[in-house]
Design a protein around this ligand. Sequence first.
Ligand code: 4NP
Length: 153
Amino acid sequence: MSDTPSILFICLGNICRSPMAEGAMRALIEASGRKILVDSAGTGSWHTGEPPDRRAQVTARNHGIDISDQRARQVTPEDFRSFTHIVAMDRNNLSELRRIRPTNATAGLSLMLDHTTAQAGLDVADPYYGGAKGFEATWGDVAEGSAGLLAKL
Ligand code: 4NP
């Protein structure tokens, strides 16, 4: 197995929270000069092939990060072996990952905000049905979780 850490961020649709987490973490990794792979996926398949939600793209761009090239995909059984870390945005998605986890899985499963001290045990709230303020809150959460996770790797 490779020593290079690899992180897969998971939300429901893979168009809002986990693409923002992927973008935030990729920027932190680039700034750190480390070699760590990052990707994101959804437990659901409704948005497969779509770019991130416009509001997620705008929010990331406001923080200097372009996530427009990302395309949504659904998590696969292979992901549980090919990634070292699979990080769920909320407890519902973490439960779903535990349910579909193959018996030969090697990836460690965790909750995004468990990588913070201030918000351990909490969900990154789903901003899909809200407004721009919700997306800004999401950005704060995924940036904080990504920084905490990177510090442990
Ligand atoms: P995400 O947000 O899980 O953060 O990508 C959602 C996007 C779409 C839906 C739900 C959540 N949806 O029901 O279509």
